[in-house]
Design a protein around this ligand. Structure first.
Ligand SMILES: [Zn+2]
Length: 89
């Protein structure tokens, strides 16, 4: 059975494989964990343009609240890349 995780944007609970995993390294820098195998703290987001846009908006308004220390500028950049990928697919 696949573990269930929660999207940081829409808060819906989904199968881990339906979400994109982003891990945060010691400096608070986010990395996309495509294989979902990096042993580190992570956050999950739907493979959905809307969820990505909502988080980007929250960051720009300084309203992103996560229980994990994260470099928000880097996260913003990473989400932009992720959004483009989804757009292309
Ligand atoms: Zn979502």
């Amino acid at each position: 059975m696949n573990p269930i995780r929660c999207c940081i944007a829409c808060k819906s609970r989904k199968n881990k494989s339906e979400l994109t995993r982003i891990v945060i390294n010691e400096d608070g820098k986010p990395i996309i964990d495509r294989e979902q195998k990096i042993n580190s703290r992570g956050i999950y987001i739907c493979k959905d343009k809307k969820c990505i846009e909502n988080i980007k908006k929250a960051i720009k308004k300084k309203k992103l609240k996560l229980k994990i220390n994260i470099d928000e500028d880097s996260l913003l950049k990473l989400l932009e890349e992720l959004g483009e990928e989804i757009w292309e697919n």
